[in-house]
Design a protein around this ligand. Structure first.
Ligand SMILES: Cc1cc2nc3c(=O)[nH]c(=O)nc-3n(C[C@H](O)[C@H](O)[C@H](O)COP(=O)(O)OP(=O)(O)OC[C@H]3O[C@@H](n4cnc5c(N)ncnc54)[C@H](O)[C@@H]3O)c2cc1C
Length: 306
């Protein structure tokens, strides 16, 4: 009798990953827009893959602009590089039928984990307008995935510093709970620079009955430009005085970069010491910061057989 070869040897449901990798470490990448960007991305992946991440994730460009690119990168990472991939998917610019067809394509390519995201309004607009026959909130996308593809693992976004559209933080945490009640398996947080924000967020989640794993989103600040840009976008920009002080003391770009990486290293050291379920590195398609943190904390590990 001939043995059938598993066409997707590294396909693993996120629940299985989070059960076995404690803590889990994951790396986030974005689809490249240019040939030079593509070269940099695959170089970065080659440098980071030996660190043995539990999984990698690939973002979906703002406005759904990178739909095809996201798909290509996801498949290449999974098929050619043997990584377990979480594909991001947003509600922007797509009807339910279109979302269903994207999911179907992923499913038949062996993708079993999706980060279900609402997405942001297009540049220059302040309000998210749901597409015709589409979804208004990520919770609706989660429910759709759960109904149509019940064995797909689902991640959702959480915001330790709050989300800009919902200043009422009691409401906001209820909205997060709705995503989990709709079927999300885990939460991955927006980046933050004060671990107290993360721990407090986890406690607030527990108080409303959110008990799925909450992975901590980490992105070292490596330039003044990035720092200001993040502040402008109100993304993880509650910079603690201690971090700003270190930046003030940095006399040049190189020292500022080092200070940013050291700060993130201390964040990860504490998170791991306090036994959290996972750390998600926003790599910006660069390897240096993530690799430095790994080196400093001795995090590299062999990839587990799925
Ligand atoms: C881990 C992570 C990954 C991301 N990946 C991507 C990506 O790949 N591509 C991309 O374009 N963007 C991405 N984003 C950014 C994301 O698109 C934005 O943060 C977006 O503004 C919100 O998405 P969401 O999934 O959290 O939306 P939702 O959970 O739908 O929430 C959006 C806002 O609506 C509010 N809300 C929810 N439900 C209700 C309701 N029933 N009534 C009233 N208000 C409600 C929420 O409180 C929140 O303020 C990511 C963010 C994170 C943290």
């Amino acid at each position: 009798m001939s043995e059938t070869k598993d066409p997707y040897p590294r396909v693993e449901h996120i629940n299985h990953i989070l059960e076995h990798d404690r803590p889990a470490f994951s790396f986030e990448f974005s689809p490249p827009r240019t040939p030079a960007g593509a070269e940099r991305l695959y170089q970065t992946i080659e440098e980071l893959a030996p660190l043995g991440p539990s999984y990698v994730s690939v973002t979906y460009g703002a406005g759904g602009s990178t739909r095809e690119l996201t798909h290509d990168v996801v498949l290449r990472m999974q098929r050619d590089l043997g990584l377990t991939v979480v594909a991001h998917l947003t509600c922007v610019g797509a009807s339910r039928a279109e979302i269903g067809s994207i999911l179907g394509k992923y499913y038949s390519s062996g993708i079993r984990n999706i980060m279900a995201i609402r997405g942001d309004p297009p540049l220059g607009e302040t309000r998210f307008v749901p597409p015709r026959d589409g979804f208004a909130y990520a919770a609706e996308l989660v429910a759709f995935i759960k109904r149509e593809f019940p064995d797909i693992g689902i991640g959702v976004a959480g915001y330790p510093e709050g989300h800009i559209d919902t200043p009422n933080r009691l409401r906001e945490i209820e909205h997060l709970k709705a995503k989990v009640d709709a079927g999300a398996d885990y939460v991955c947080t927006q980046l933050f620079y004060d671990n107290r924000d993360y721990f407090d967020f986890c406690e607030r989640c527990a108080l409303v009955g959110v008990h799925v794993p909450i992975l901590a989103g980490i992105m070292p600040i490596t330039s003044r430009r990035t720092m200001h840009r993040m502040a402008e976008l109100a993304l993880g920009s509650r910079y603690p005085a201690g971090l700003l002080h270190r930046f003030m003391l940095a006399e040049d770009d190189e020292r500022l970069e080092r200070a940013g990486i050291e700060w993130a290293t201390e964040q990860v050291r504490e998170l791991v010491a306090r036994d959290i379920r996972g750390v998600h590195f926003y790599t910006l398609n660069l390897s240096k910061a993530t690799a430095s943190i790994y080196r400093a904390l001795g995090l590299a590990r062999k990839r587990r057989a799925p």
